[in-house]
Design a protein around this ligand. Structure first.
Ligand SMILES: [Zn+2]
Length: 258
């Protein structure tokens, strides 16, 4: 079991003796949004890399588009992704435009029946959360304790089980639909239709599983600007808001993640 490091000044830190807070959006009165990108990697996806079936699950064109536009974003990295892409992880960590967060070690679900994801049993859940946080902490002093559940799937058991990891759970209120979507137009439309003050927008950094993200991004950024919405990091978006300990309602926003 990976030891848990506690530093209350880390963005996203929460008291380990209570249920982790869950945030789905920031302040609805500020004209800011957070663009968030999940870097998924499962054991199965890793096999496809090893066999040469898939060339890469790191879509660095997404990163280039953000840098070109000088737009901040928050990346949720799985532990397997950081292990597979150490240079890319360090590259992201070195650019202050980006804030880095975690998305579990192996991208298994924390609740049964979550799309086609495998299931991490409760006795493995805490390690699934803690291990990538420690990996990130050793990579960059700018690490955070923001955590996103794979597939956005969790229940109260999952929240109770991961409480010692001292994280803030980050959901989203805008699903770009970029996972497995081959139409950039559709991603642009779905994102801009729903984005509003305080939105946390879900996108992916996952190469062939999100083939059109980079192509959609310039128009998404133009559209946000036209709507008067400024992309900021998650820490900035949540600044001044107090996330409350929360239990899931069972109503989950639809995602297309598999
Ligand atoms: Zn994911």
């Amino acid at each position: 079991m990976t030891p848990i490091t506690h530093d209350e000044s880390t963005p996203g830190w929460s008291a380990p003796d209570s249920l982790p807070p869950v945030v789905r959006h920031g302040s609805r009165t500020r004209r800011e949004v957070a663009l968030t990108f999940d870097a998924d990697l499962t054991a199965h996806m890793r096999k496809r890399l090893a066999s040469g079936e898939v060339a890469s699950y790191a879509n660095m064109q997404v990163v280039k588009e953000l840098q070109r536009a000088n737009v901040p974003a928050t990346m949720f990295l799985t532990g397997l992704w950081m292990e597979e892409y150490p240079a890319e992880t360090r590259y992201l960590a070195a650019d202050e435009l980006f804030e880095l967060a975690t998305h579990s070690q192996t991208h298994r679900a924390f609740r049964r029946k979550c799309f086609t994801l495998g299931y991490a049993p409760p006795e493995e859940m805490l390690e699934e959360v803690v291990r990538p946080i420690e990996h990130l902490r050793k990579t960059t002093p700018r690490y955070t304790r923001y955590f996103r559940f794979p597939g956005g799937c969790y229940d109260e058991t999952a929240l109770r089980t991961i409480a010692p990891a001292a994280v803030t759970v980050v959901d989203f209120d805008v699903v770009s639909g970029d996972a497995f979507c081959d139409s950039a137009d559709k991603i642009v439309e779905q994102t801009l239709d729903r984005a509003t003050n305080g939105s946390i927008i879900l996108m992916h950094l996952g190469g062939p599983n999100a083939p059109q993200t980079a192509n959609a991004l310039p128009r998404v950024l133009d559209g946000l600007r036209a709507a008067g919405l400024t992309p900021v990091t998650l820490t900035r978006l949540l600044d001044g808001t107090t996330p409350q300990p929360s239990v899931p309602t069972g109503e989950r926003p639809a995602t297309t993640e598999r």
